[in-house]
Design a binder for this molecule. Sequence first.
Ligand code: PMV
Length: 313
Amino acid sequence: MNGNAFGKVILCGEHAVVYGTPAIAAGIHLGATAQVVTNNTGAQSSFVLERMGRVTVGDGTDVARAFEALLKQFGETRSLHVEASTELPAAAGLGCSAALGVAISRAIAAFRGETLSPAQATEFAMAWERVFHGNPSGVDAAVAARGGCIQFVRGVGLEEIKLAAPLTLAIAHTGVASSTRVMVEGVSKLREKHPEQTNAIFDQIGVLSRRARHALEHGDLRALGEVMRENQGHLESLRVSSPEIDSLCKIARTHGALGEKLTGAGGGGCVVALVDGHADDILGAWRKQGVQCFVAHVHRTARTSDHSSAVVS
Ligand code: PMV
């Protein structure tokens, strides 16, 4: 009765995707799992995540509200107890909350003897995501449900991207947690203040996403790296980078990355670097600075078993 989901990196297009620009995202082997372990105890439905402890419906926390929103989608009135776990750091741009939302949705569905298609799992998880993020584009939930590599356009849908070659990504955590809601609101305020400039940046990011897709479909890692680097420049202009992100990017660049950028909301969280071959130099340089980092491989097709083979150090 397990439900599983992928974590993700955004290779191009975060923030702009909220305003309808295409984004390119890829599932990684780290993910989330959930299971329904008891029912009909008479108690309120509850949810346990080992790092957070127990959350009970009605306790007034965001997590409880999100869990309740999921149960409501199913029309589930029985008392359910859900246990979930994730290898993903929270608030780090790796899609932790969406992965949990998808995994829990699948676990509840399995308990009910149902199976959710990726599109259904995405839709259910969006109810959960909205509680945390206010105005989520849906890219995280879409890739959490599918893995692989996708092009996502808000309100339009997604297309799977067939990779011509697998990707090796080095991922490092700044050690700073960041709130997607706060970062998305920051970009919204910037857009209110400077609509033309901000929309022009979104347009340029849209061009980069198209280039990224072409590069992925042709196995052109150099071109993909350039796109990621240019995208990071635009993210700096949107004021969602940070000194910690800039420093991790610089280390990656000087140790041979083809391209590097923040992933997700920024303001902290993780940096993703595209690597040609092995990632040892970059990981070694990050580790020298005491940075938590790991390697993720994006395969040519999604593999549902991938999130059991995490190597984090
Ligand atoms: O940091 P994350 O994993 O929550 O990713 C957020 C991605 C944004 O584009 C910044 C927001 C969104 O809803 O797409």
